[in-house]
Design a protein around this ligand. Structure first.
Ligand code: ZN
Length: 408
């Protein structure tokens, strides 16, 4: 059985950009290593969740890793919570929250509070409040992100998002999305909490200082993705592969943990443009080749899920030249194929994040699968070249079956 290196570059796909000579950032970037791998791989296009479904990163990656996001997805909140190692109870409701900036009448000015670096102190100030017997716990994650856990009896995750996903409009009220008493109670208490925490955040010294320094205050918790935690079927049992996850951004470590993979931390892997990409690739190949040293002996790995995040953020910022530069950094860090010859290697994206949209899109993304045997005549890893390859319109959930056959 061959070992499998499975690389997902978040939001990699894009659309042609005038300033880049009508090329996508991936086309415009100089990527000799990825192109070299494409020339000895089978290539194609893939849509993780199929057409007509807005691709969230977590649902798309579950599909790509062989799971059904309709039945094996607990919601964004629990996955984010697992990613930052929050111990969740099955009775908890967990939500993803973004510290955003709102005006006095709760109109959204910025959904990420000017991409604030850290919200640790602010999270502390609004964590532990109790409303109607429900405890509200806030756990800070990367930059503006956090996880909100509602702990108490009789809670429901059937509640809507307060985040309208756009600026210039008012924050949404929290509504129950079914007729149960539990959902009504949860929605009401959560709304009360959000308003109470807004009052606290508004007056918080760190926010007053941000305003003084002409920075946007992080004064509102925009919530989404309510869910209750459950255990997914274990990746090892499902595929018979001992698996590790290497990811800088917490959400993706949450996906790995949800699937029962070992989370392997790499110093300097931070999910940002400055991430230690070389360290991640070296760690991944090291794990597959030699395993990981443990207190007693070594643990061997058959499968490494390696996630790279910043391409998606740069697409959401509409920063096409930085996206192109970052893709070049990925290529430079990508250890040469000479080290990887006896592996099956998958390189793809979970979805496109076109700079012109500053949002995810349903556009298909390039994929290449190297197995040391089969290749087509695609010589470049990009959206256009891969369209000429072997795989036409792959769905996310087709990939693992194919990879398992190739690895045999
Ligand atoms: Zn994504």
């Amino acid at each position: 059985m061959k070992k499998i290196l499975f690389i997902i570059i978040d939001g990699l796909g894009d659309r042609p950009i005038k300033e880049l000579g009508d090329l996508t950032p991936l086309q415009a970037a100089r990527t000799p290593n990825l192109d070299n791998l494409a020339s000895i791989s089978q290539c194609g296009l893939m849509t993780a969740l199929g057409p007509g479904k807005y691709p969230t990163s977590d649902e798309a990656q579950l599909a790509i890793l062989g799971y059904n996001p309709l039945t094996e997805y607990p919601g964004r909140g629990p996955i984010e919570g697992l990613g930052i190692d929050v111990k969740l109870l099955s009775s908890d409701v967990a939500l993803r929250v973004d510290f955003g900036t709102v005006s006095d009448n709760l109109t959204i000015i910025d959904r990420r509070a000017g991409r604030i670096d850290s919200v640790g102190e602010l999270a502390k100030a609004v964590s532990g409040l109790k409303i109607k017997g429900i405890k509200f716990l806030v756990y800070p994650s990367l930059s503006h992100r956090a996880v909100l856990v509602l702990r108490g009896k009789g809670l429901s995750s059937r509640i809507g998002d307060s985040d309208p996903h756009k600026v210039g409009v008012k924050v949404r009220g929290v509504v129950a999305t079914d007729n149960s008493e539990e959902a009504a109670k949860t929605a009401k208490a959560l709304e009360e909490y959000l308003l109470k925490s807004h009052e606290i955040l508004k007056k918080h010294p760190l926010n007053l200082e941000r305003i003084k320094n002409r920075l946007l205050p992080a004064n509102f918790l925009l919530e989404r993705g309510a869910g209750k935690y459950f255990r997914a079927s274990d990746f090892k049992e499902k595929f018979g592969l001992s698996a590790a996850c290497i990811a800088g951004a917490p959400l993706y470590r949450g996906i790995g943990r949800f699937l029962g993979m070992d989370i392997i931390m790499v110093p300097g892997a931070n999910g940002l443009v400055t991430s230690n990409l070389r360290g991640k690739f070296e760690k991944a190949t090291g794990l597959l080749r030699f395993g990981e040293k443990r207190f007693f002996g070594r643990k061997n790995y058959d499968f490494v899920y390696l996630h790279i995040k910043a391409t998606d953020n740069l697409g959401e910022d509409g920063n096409f030249s930085a996206k192109k530069d970052f893709i070049e950094k990925i290529d430079e860090a990508f250890v040469g194929i000479n080290f990887l010859k006896d592996f099956v290697i998958v390189v793809t994206a979970d979805h496109s994040t076109p700079c012109e949209l500053k949002d995810h899109s349903e556009d298909p993304v390039p994929i290449m699968i190297y197995d040391g045997l089969n290749h087509d005549y695609v010589g470049s890893f990009d959206e256009k070249s891969c369209a000429e390859g072997t795989f036409k319109n792959l769905g996310g959930r087709d990939i693992m079956d194919m990879v398992m056959i190739k690895a045999k």
